[in-house]
Write a protein that binds this ligand. Structure first.
Ligand code: ADP
Ligand code: ADP
Ligand code: ZN
Length: 215
C-alpha cells in the first residue's frame, strides 16, 4: 500500500503519520524530516537544501526526487509506505508515477488534510518539535507533560526556525502556488480523499482510518 499525506504546512500531517504507520505497518517517508536531518549532519545535501528551507521555499525537485527514489528502494518499504510532504509539485508527482512501477507499487490514496488558514498560522507558530525523535507538540493544543521535554523520548523540544510568523506566511504562499495544483492532479486520477483537518486530533485520526480501511 502507498499512501500520501497532502495538505498545507501545519495541517497535521506529521501528527497523524505516527498512528497511520503503526496501524498499517508502513514505512514512514517524510522529506522534511530527511532534509532537516541532512542539515543537522551537515551533509552535501543539507548544505544545498538549507538556504531554501530557511526562507520557507521548496528545495529543488532534482534533489528531493533522488531522496525519495533511494528511500523507496529500501527493504522496509516492501510492505508499503506513507509519504509525508512529498510530492509537493506536479513535477515531483510525475516523477513518482514514473518510478513507482519499478517498486511494484501505485498510489492507493492521497489523504488531503484541509484546515482554515488562520488556524494554520496558530498551529505552526505554536509548534514545538523534539530535537531527538522529531515528534511534534503544540504549546496549547498538544502540550508535552513536562514543559519543553518530549513525552516519547525525553529529548529537548525546540521551535523550528521556519515556524516564525514571517516564514510561515511565505510557506503558505508556496503551498498555494506550487503544491495545491496537486489536488486537481490526484482528483483526476480518482485517488483523492478529503479529510476535515479543523477537528480535534482524535477525530481527524478517525476520519483517516475510516477512509483507509475502505481501500
Ligand atoms: P511542513 O511541516 O511545513 O509540512 P516539512 O517538514 O514537510 O514542512 O518541510 C520543511 C521544508 O523542507 C519545506 O519548507 C521545504 O523547504 C523542504 N521540503 C520538504 N519536503 C519537500 C519537497 N517534497 N519538495 C521540496 N522541498 C521540500
Ligand atoms: P504538518 O506536518 O502538516 O506541518 P503537524 O502535524 O506538525 O503539521 O501539526 C502542526 C501543529 O499543529 C503541531 O504543533 C501539532 O501539535 C498541532 N496539531 C496537529 N493536529 C492538530 C489538530 N487536529 N488540532 C489542533 N492542533 C493540531
Ligand atoms: Zn522525542
Amino acid at each position: 500500500m502507498l499512501l500520501i499525506l497532502l495538505g498545507p504546512p501545519g495541517a497535521g500531517k506529521g501528527t497523524q503519520a505516527g498512528q497511520l504507520v503503526e496501524d498499517y505497518g508502513l514505512a514512514y517517508i517524510s522529506t522534511g524530516a530527511i532534509l532537516r536531518n541532512a542539515v543537522k549532519e551537515g551533509t552535501g545535501l543539507g548544505q544545498k537544501a538549507r538556504q531554501y528551507m530557511d526562507l520557507g521555499q521548496l528545495v529543488p525537485d532534482e534533489l528531493v526526487v533522488e531522496i525519495v527514489k533511494d528511500r523507496l528502494q529500501q527493504p522496509d518499504c516492501e510492505k508499503g509506505a506513507l509519504l509525508d510532504g512529498f510530492p509537493r509539485t506536479v513535477e515531483q508527482a510525475t516523477f513518482l508515477e514514473k518510478v513507482l512501477p519499478d517498486t511494484g507499487k501505485k498510489v492507493d490514496c492521497v489523504l488531503l488534510i484541509e484546515v482554515a488558514e488562520e488556524e494554520l498560522i496558530e498551529r505552526l507558530t505554536g509548534r514545538r518539535v523534539c530535537s531527538e525523535c522529531g515528534t511534534n507538540f503544540h504549546v496549547t493544543h498538544k502540550p508535552p507533560k513536562v514543559r519543553n521535554v518530549c513525552d516519547e523520548c525525553g529529548g529537548a523540544l525546540y521551535q523550528r526556525a521556519d515556524d516564525s510568523l514571517e516564514t510561515v506566511k511565505e510557506r503558505l504562499e508556496v503551498y498555494k502556488n506550487q503544491t495545491a495544483p496537486l489536488i486537481d492532479f490526484y482528483e483526476g486520477r480518482n485517488v483523492l480523499a478529503r479529510i476535515d483537518g479543523n477537528q480535534e486530533i482524535e477525530s481527524v485520526r478517525d476520519q483517516i482510518k475510516g477512509t483507509v480501511d475502505k481501500l
